[in-house]
Design a protein around this ligand. Sequence first.
Ligand code: HEM
Length: 265
Amino acid sequence: MSINPYSALAETVPSVLIQGFVLLMLVLILFGTVIQMIHHKNITYFFNNAKKAKLSAERELGTGEKATIIAKTVVHDIATTAELGAGKRRIAHVLGMWGTILFWVASVVMIFCYTSSETATPTLWPMMWHIGAIMTCVGGYWFWLFLRVDVLAEAHPWYRIIKADLFVLTLLACATFGLAWSYTQSLSLENRWDDKVFLILYIVSNLALFGGVYWSKFAHMFYKPGAAIQKNLAEADGSRDNLPPLAEAPKQFGLGIKREQPKHY
Ligand code: HEM
């Protein structure tokens, strides 16, 4: 876990090629997200809705107040995926989200700063990369095998795959094959071939994850924070996205609501 897998790779593949691959992935994210925004018109809807809500605002928020609300939203709602409530779903998401962030940040740092033969990689980065990949696997497989709505509520078998699974599956493939590649490469035996197989699978899964942004749920990591900030600002200025205020009455749903988790959609 303390070996930088990319610096070992850079002994046979020029580091500019590895760095070029990362840049290509960034271009693919940008391209996929922009095309998706144009095609799904979700950003147009979002801004039209925000503009409409502003008309029913009860008061104007000051810059300081806005900044405080945004900071609170980032720390609470976004960093801990608060909209998922308390429970397994939120823990699994936080593990996967932060695992992926650690994995990606460490990848970029190791690829751009520590792939030349003269520089040794500080142990922190490969540690962060491996721990991030393991966290992604724990959160992601937990979600995929047990928490997915199809599996938990609709009782479909875990191996039933639909287009909406593209994001979580390619994300898991990247973390899994990345770990397998790093492990087999670190064994450094003569005439190994399995590390090359895992490297190819790792490359293919990255191409599918980043090349599939347009078709997958990838861009929710950009939309969700925007929507959370908008929702909290709309609550503070009284516009509440044109929704009625909460009733000042006790919540009485009858005893039936306690019988079973609402999980039949
Ligand atoms: C690096 C950033 C992120 C990663 C890697 C990530 C990963 C994932 C994955 C793999 C899923 C399951 C998708 C599926 O239904 O197949 C998911 C769902 C979800 N994500 Fe994220 N996410 C990220 C950021 C965020 C952020 C910032 C928010 C909200 C502020 C968010 C909110 C959600 C919600 C509400 C779901 C639905 C969860 C469920 O059905 O249990 N995500 N995310």
